[in-house]
Design a protein around this ligand. Sequence first.
Ligand SMILES: [Zn+2]
Ligand SMILES: [Zn+2]
Length: 604
Amino acid sequence: MQPQNEVGVTSKAKLWAALLCVLLLIVVTFVVLRSGDRPYAKLRNPDLEYLKAVNTVTPPKDPELLFILMTEFANSNLQDEGAEFFSARLRKFEPQLTPVQKSLYLAIIGLLRAQHASSVPLLKRYGYVKDTIATLDQAKQLSGGQVFVVNWIAGVVHTKLPGYFHQREAAHGELAWCLEHADKAPHPAWLREVYYHLGKLALNDGDTAKAQEYLRRSGYSDFDRRITLATPFSENRASGHAFAPRRITEVVPGRVYALSGFEFTEYYFVVSKDRHQLISIDAGTRPDFAKGAYEALQAFAPGLPPMTTVFITHAHWDHVGGHSYFRGLNPRPKFYGRGNYQEEFEKEFNGPEVFAKQFFGERFSSEDVLSYKPDITIDNRTDLTIGGSKFELIPVRGGETHDAMLIYLPDEKVMFMGDVIMPYLGAPFVEEGDLQGLFDAIDLIVRRNPQHLLHGHEPLTRVFSSPLILSHLNTDLAWLRDQVLTAIRRGDERAAIHESNLIPPDLLAHQPDAHQPYYILREHVIDRIYDQNVGYWEANLQGLAHPGRLDRAELLADVGAGTVRSSGVDVGVGGGRGSEERSEERSGGGLGGGILGNIAMSFM
Ligand SMILES: [Zn+2]
Ligand SMILES: [Zn+2]
């Protein structure tokens, strides 16, 4: 589903007004002018409540928070409430907003209204849609027609309107503008929908050949889709998951290279000061991926010195699985890693295997991981000089794994973070994660005050981007931990802890940089603390019995038929009666897709 793999140096600007680098993850379902039953999400969605709180105090410093809230309203089927919410904020903040900021609010209101149109009574719908078109027009005027996200929203909505609204030409213009100004998109994957919708327009004009060409460029297989994606993520059966479109960035010109989107994991390469040695940070997930990334780097920066050294940040699948490719190079590089890597192997390979090929592609092999062994083990803080470049190797327990190693370039002020800050606090399907380890690691990092924090995965580099954010998180997450532990002792259910929408006292008013990072961590930190502190019998007696999916389905059927008399616990006990065939069915279908879906939705 990746439309184009573009390799080039990226801009780092991230400004309200320019909006060139609004890095968005939007997974939105558009159902424009289509009637039908639309189930409503549960009433107290803690993510929605948190994002509303953040967007209420002041216009967010990072406009991405507007779009994440828009997406949350849309995915909760609360478009009407969302349009009202943003309209009220626009009225309140109007005197302090720039025209471009106003255009973003209006584009969001237009989009949510368009999605809500199918629920408007038929007699009022025509007028409602006309007003929505006017809202989008106003957004375009205020933006001077120069803001990618505004044109993208207008183009997508206008394409979906029935012909009698006469917006096809406008749609064409807006989408064509997006194509011409692809460099203004938050990231190249936004073009996926531009191609798709241009294809729709061509189809409508009867130009099948053109439509098919646009469809091919969109990466989609047909025109029958109800989901609209603006996520940088891509999925592919052969190559697995990538968090971002491909690109190579010179973090320190000529010295430190970052390769994104070549697979699940980032690649980093350092050229030594004397330019005689190349050092790699980590080794990717598969030997073929490591080869692809290494060759792309050489094409990007010809004449690089030979690779002599590989530093391993931790022994997760996706950081050592490609080691055999680097080992096969001539000369053979030396691997430095933690001595306790095998403890980590035990943890990661005790978890369910279902995720591996989905994340890392069909050809992923656990043997490629398990054959890893460092040449030199590092278990104490170590200073090294390689080709005139100073490296500080700092073993930490980390937030994610106990075999973590930070790699710091003091002269360049670059910190290679590995997965020390992983929002799931450890892989979510593995029994690991250490909040105190995260706090200790953050202290070490903040004390060095690095200029660049380069994480093992692109979204982490984007979100957890400064020592200031990390120090805020230390305070906020310590507060969260206390709240969660108190709730656990009280016997609160996990769902109740989430629903209480825990927001640290200082966050909203004084830590704008931490609004999104805390949001991304909160859900998973609660889950991990709960998992690590509650036994398999929970305070409300859940966990005493083991109802499977079929048992729950039967229960729902019974509720529907009005025959249920007993409490949840009784149902659980009754649930043990499944036959052999049933348990096979239970262990089948759905699980991987559902959980992967959740990860994709919440990991922004
Ligand atoms: Zn990891
Ligand atoms: Zn990783």
